[in-house]
Structures are given as C-alpha cells and as structure tokens.
Design a protein around this ligand. Structure first.
Ligand code: AMP
Ligand code: TRP
Length: 331
C-alpha cells in the first residue's frame, strides 16, 4: 500500500481541510504503508501567487501537517517543486490525457470563471499534473475531500489509457479515499456553500490558526435554525446548517451523526452549540497552539522538507525513467 496526497500552497487552512484531508493523513499512519504528503506549490501558481509569500505559504502548510500529527519519521513531507519527476511526468501525461476529459473538469470552470480566455494554461492542465503527482509514486490510495473526486477519476483514466496504449500494466489504478463524516464541511454562514479559504467572511470558517476564544465565538455565531435537533438522521435532510454542525461534532468526536442525535435529539441549539464549541476547541486549539509555535521555527520545517524531498526523489525518479523507456524515448 502506498499513500499519496497533497494540499495546495495557497492561503491558510481551515476545519474543512483538517477533516477532509489532514486528519485522514495522520490517521493513516497506523496502516502498514508508505506515505507521501506533498505541498502542491506548482498547483498553487496556476493562479497568481505573490513570490514574496509563496515560500512562507509552503512552510505554513508543512507546519499544518506537523501540527495535525503527521510524523516525518512515518511520512515524507515535501514541496512538489523540489521533486523534478512531477513536472517531467506531467508532460508525458499531457500527451496521454485528452482535451475532452479536461473540458469536463468542474474545478476549472469554477476557478476560471466567465473569462476563461485569460486563465493560465496551467489551470487547465492542473488535473494532469495531479495525475503525475500520484502515479510517479505508483500510489495505490489517495485520501482527499469530496471535491477532488473528479480529478482522481481523471488520474485513473490517464493510468488506464497509458497502460492500454503501451500494452502494459505499469501503473496501478489508485483508489480514492474520500468517504467519512469530514469529506465535505460546509460554511458556518451558509450550509449550502463549501467551507473555503476564498470565502470573504472569516466567520464562515475555523482557521487552523484561530485561538480558543475565536473558535468558540465562531461556533456560537454559526448559522443554525429555530427547530430542536431531530431524533434520527433523516430529520436533518432539509436542514443544511443543522446537518453540517452535527457532522462537524461527529467527525471531531469520532462518533456517528446518529450518536450525536442520540444525545442531543429534542434539544435546541442553545444546548447544542456550547457542547459543539467544547468539542471544536478541545480538538482544534492544541493544533493551533502547536502550529503557532512551529511557524516560528522555519529551521525545523526546512529540515523536514529536505528529508521528505530526498525520499520522494528516490522513489519517483526510477518510475519516470521506466515510463520514458516504455514510451520509447532516448536515454
Ligand atoms: P485545497 O486547499 O483545495 O488544496 O484542499 C486540500 C484538501 O482539503 C483536499 O483534499 C480537499 O478535498 C480538502 N477540502 C477542502 N475544503 C474542504 C471542505 N470544505 N470539506 C472537506 N474537505 C475539504
Ligand atoms: N488538487 C488538490 C486540491 O486542491 C491538491 C492536490 C494536488 C492533490 N496534487 C494532488 C491531492 C495529488 C491529492 C493527490 O485539494
């Protein structure tokens, strides 16, 4: 079993990233597997990044990994740009993936907006680089949030087409691990919008850097509704805010949504929100404390990144070499 995942080096992380990705990365360390967790700085520059900030954003994501419990002795943590195999394989895969596949990618449509003529070509071929990220390690499992499913489908299509065209079974078809209660955390201001770093309202999300008081106050201000919580999960179906808050409680406490309702069904948000605030503060405040300490220790972060990059290069370089040989390139 080989696990790979990544998070873009753009902006700071929030509870959605923690539950959809970071927590899973840390939890998967109990499995018998090799783990590669990268900071996707090359994906970040598909939209403009201030060169003066990119490096600190990269280190900040690394610090988030560490604060969330990813252990550099068990997992390679590295910046994508420090491993040449990513871009080298991306070119080879640009010649495998089809325009029609990329035309269907919803993330490109969302990010490019109405003016797609002005979007970078990198933003368009973004999923091809992502396929390279995964396949250069011959990764078998990829933990991500629900929003990455389409990109993972494309990765499998690239692997399938490569194997088919070259008559080989060189690339394994990686499995996406997006299930679980944290796969899609919604905004605290709108239960129908994803919690996101680009939301202009800071109250819509819990940042990994928020201290205990800020976290508690955001939970208490979170949008809810006037009803009591239902006794059973299907009672949450038409109540997006209630469903999201119950989901956050369940994901952080490591119990099911039904367990939460067994305790709080029939009670209103006046009772539920303080309990939720306790759970969120209990889990997130220690992470934010560690994170703030690590952010002042760039020496330690750089040491971890260097070690991770060495390991990542060791594993990925021979896969690219073999791919070139299969394609018939000189060398
Ligand atoms: P990004 O910040 O877009 O690079 O996302 C990093 C990881 O966090 C990916 O695995 C995403 O699927 C996951 N993620 C981002 N937002 C959310 C959210 N609101 N709920 C759950 N997972 C998320
Ligand atoms: N595109 C992913 C995101 O925005 C980040 C990412 C880049 C990634 N390469 C990856 C995730 C490879 C999983 C595997 O969240």
């Amino acid at each position: 079993m080989r696990i790979l995942s990544g998070i873009q080096a753009s902006g700071s992380l929030h509870l959605g990233n923690y539950l959809g990705a970071l927590k899973k990365f840390a939890d998967m360390q109990s499995l018998e597997a090799e783990r590669f967790y990268m900071i996707a700085d090359l994906h970040a520059i598909t939209v403009w990044q201030d060169p003066g900030k990119l490096l600190s954003q990269t280190r900040e994501i690394a610090a988030c990994y560490l604060a969330a419990g990813v252990d550099p002795d068990k997992s390679a943590i590295f910046p994508q740009s420090a491993v040449p195999a990513h871009t080298e394989m991306a070119w080879l895969f640009n010649c495998v993936a089809r325009l029609g596949w990329l035309d269907r990618m919803t993330q490109f449509k969302d990010k490019a907006g109405k003016d797609k003529e002005r979007a970078s070509i990198g933003l368009y071929t973004y999923p091809v680089l992502q396929a390279a990220d995964i396949l250069i390690y011959k990764a078998t499992h990829v933990p991500v949030g629900e929003d990455q499913r389409q990109h993972l489908e494309l990765t499998r299509d690239v692997a399938k087409k490569f194997n088919h065209d070259y008559g080989t079974d060189f690339f394994p078809l990686p499995e996406t691990l997006y299930q679980g209660p944290g796969a899609r955390i919604m905004s605290l201001r709108d239960g129908l919008a994803k919690m996101s770093k680009s939301d202009p309202s800071d109250n819509s999300r819990i940042n990994l850097t928020d201290d205990a008081d800020t976290i508690a106050s955001k939970v208490k201000k979170a949008k809810s509704d006037a009803d009591v919580l239902p006794e059973a999960e299907d009672g949450l179906a038409e109540r997006p805010e209630a469903k999201n808050l119950v989901g956050i409680y369940a994901a952080l406490a490591g119990i099911s949504a039904q367990d939460v309702l067994n305790e709080f069904g029939g009670k209103g948000f006046g009772a539920f929100k303080p309990a939720l605030a306790d759970v969120v503060v209990g889990k997130m405040a220690p992470i934010s404390e560690t994170l703030r300490r690590l952010l002042n220790d760039t020496g330690e972060i750089d040491r971890v990144l260097k070690l991770g990059a060495e390991r990542a290069r060791e594993v990925s370089a021979p896969v690219v070499e073999e791919t070139k040989r299969i394609v018939g390139l000189w060398g």
